[in-house]
Design a protein around this ligand. Structure first.
Ligand SMILES: [Zn+2]
Length: 385
C-alpha cells in the first residue's frame, strides 16, 4: 500500500488497544461484512509479547489473512517494534502513516529483528512471511558501514531521523502525538554482524555496552569505568556530567555520562547513555520505555530562597536487575526501615528548570542540593512515585 503498487488484496495486521476490537465491533465487521472466518482461535502468544499483548486472533478468506492483536494501552508500539522484521514496522492510524527504515522498505528489503526467534515467525506473532521481501539477517548487504542504520542503535519512535518517514493527513488522529506519547525505544539487534561496521564487537574491541560489573564501589572502579567510556569506539560525540550514588560507595561522585551511540545532538534525555552507571534496561534488551525508572524534581525552595534555575532527574536501575539496597542513600537520607530502602545505583542528571531535556552539567556543588532533595523526598515516601 505504502509502496504505491497496484492495489491487490493483501494480508493485514491490525493492532488495537485492548477491548477496542470488541467495543468497536471490529471482529463482527471482519466476519460479517468482509466475509472472513476465524481461524487458529487459541494461538499462544509469543514470549516476547508477554505483558504487552492481551489477545491475538487470526481471520482467513481464501489465501488472505487479517490478524487482530489487542495490545495493552502502553504496549502498542512495543508490539510493532518487536515484530519479526523491519518490513512490519509500517504503522498506519486513521490520520497518518509512519515507516521505519523507509529506504529499505522502498527497495523491498526486510531486516530480521532479533527480538523474535525465527522459527515462530508465521505462527503466533501476528505477521506472516511474504516471499516478495528480500529478507536479510544482518546489514552486510549494504556493502558499507551501517552508520545510523545500524541494528544495534537505539531509536526513539519520536525521533525524526532519516530512518523514519512520518506523513499525516488528519491531525484529529495525529500519529506524531501517538508516537511521542508511546515513549518507546527499540533496537533490532544487540550485536551488529556487518563486517564493515564499527558497532560490530567482533572487529571493534572498544565497543563496550555495559561492563561486567556496573556497580562501582571505589575510586578505582569509577576510574576504570571512566576510561572505558573515554576509549569507546566509535567515539561518543558528546558527554555530560552527572552525579552517581553507587550502592556501596562512601560518597556521591561526579561522573561522565556520554551521549548514546549514533546521537549527534542532545535534545532529549533519552539520548544520554545512563547505562554505564545504572542498568535501566534489565531484561528489556530490544524494546523499552525511555521514561521508565526516572523521577524529575524541579521545585527547589530552600528556607524562603527563590526556586533554583535548575532541576534534577534521578535514574534508577530496572527492578529486575536485582541490585542491592543503596547504602549511601540509606545513610544520607537517614533511612531506618528496610521497606523505605532505595535499591540499586542512582544516577542524577541536571537540567534547566521546567525542561528535563535541556541537560546541563552537574558539578560538585550540586551534590548538596541533590542530597537535600533525597532527604526531603524519601522522608515523604514519594521518592519514586
Ligand atoms: Zn552496524
Amino acid at each position: 500500500m505504502w509502496l504505491g503498487q497496484n492495489v491487490v488484496t493483501d494480508n493485514l495486521n491490525i493492532i488495537v488497544p485492548n477491548s477496542d476490537a470488541v467495543g468497536l465491533g471490529l471482529y463482527a465487521f471482519i466476519i460479517d461484512d468482509l466475509g472472513y472466518r476465524n481461524v487458529d482461535a487459541n494461538v499462544p502468544i509469543n514470549h516476547v509479547f508477554e505483558g504487552v499483548v492481551e489477545s491475538f486472533t487470526k481471520f482467513q478468506r481464501d489465501n488472505v489473512f487479517i490478524t487482530v492483536t489487542e495490545a495493552t494501552p502502553h504496549g502498542i508500539f512495543r508490539v510493532i517494534t518487536s515484530a519479526p522484521t523491519t518490513a512490519d514496522m509500517v504503522v498506519m492510524t486513521a490520520g497518518g502513516l509512519a515507516v521505519f527504515y523507509s529506504a529499505w522498505t522502498l527497495y523491498g528489503i526486510a531486516l530480521t529483528n532479533h527480538t523474535v526467534i525465527s522459527s515462530v515467525h508465521s505462527q503466533n506473532i501476528g505477521c506472516r512471511k511474504d516471499m516478495r521481501w528480500n529478507i536479510q539477517i544482518n546489514t552486510n548487504f549494504m556493502g558499507k558501514p551501517c552508520d545510523d542504520f545500524c541494528p544495534t542503535l537505539w531509536h526513539n519512535v519520536a525521533d525524526h531521523g532519516r530512518e523514519i518517514l512520518v506523513t499525516e493527513w488528519d491531525t484529529r488522529f495525529s500519529l506524531k502525538v501517538l508516537l511521542k506519547r508511546s515513549k518507546t525505544m527499540w533496537r533490532l539487534s544487540r550485536d551488529c554482524q556487518n563486517s564493515m561496521c564499527m558497532h560490530n564487537s567482533n572487529i571493534n574491541v572498544h565497543k563496550i555496552d555495559l561492563p561486567a560489573n556496573p556497580m562501582p564501589q571505589d575510586y578505582e572502579n569509577i576510574r576504570n569505568q571512566e576510561s572505558l567510556i573515554q576509549n569507546h569506539q566509535p567515539t561518543y560525540l558528546g558527554q555530560q556530567c552527572g552525579v552517581l550514588y553507587a550502592t556501596n560507595a562512601r560518597d556521591a561522585h561526579v561522573v561522565t555520562v556520554p551521549w548514546r551511540d549514533g546521537v549527534s545532538n542532545l535534545n532529549h534525555n533519552s539520548h544520554l547513555k545512563v547505562l554505564h552507571w545504572a542498568d535501566q534496561l534489565g531484561p528489556d534488551l530490544f524494546t523499552t520505555s525511555f521514561a521508565q525508572f526516572q523521577k524529575t524534581y524541579n521545585e527547589l525552595v530552600e528556607n524562603g530562597h527563590p526556586a533554583s534555575q535548575h532541576g534534577y532527574t534521578f535514574f534508577r536501575e530496572h527492578p529486575k536487575s536485582y541490585s542491592p539496597p543503596n547504602a549511601l542513600i540509606r545513610k544520607l537520607a537517614r533511612i531506618t526501615r528496610n521497606d523505605m530502602d532505595v535499591t540499586s545505583n542512582v544516577l542524577v542528571i541536571k537540567h534547566v528548570r521546567g525542561n528535563k531535556h535541556a541537560v546541563v552539567n552537574c558539578m560538585t556543588e550540586d551534590i548538596t542540593y541533590i542530597n537535600n532533595i533525597m532527604k526531603r523526598a524519601i522522608g515523604r515516601n514519594e521518592f519514586w512515585t
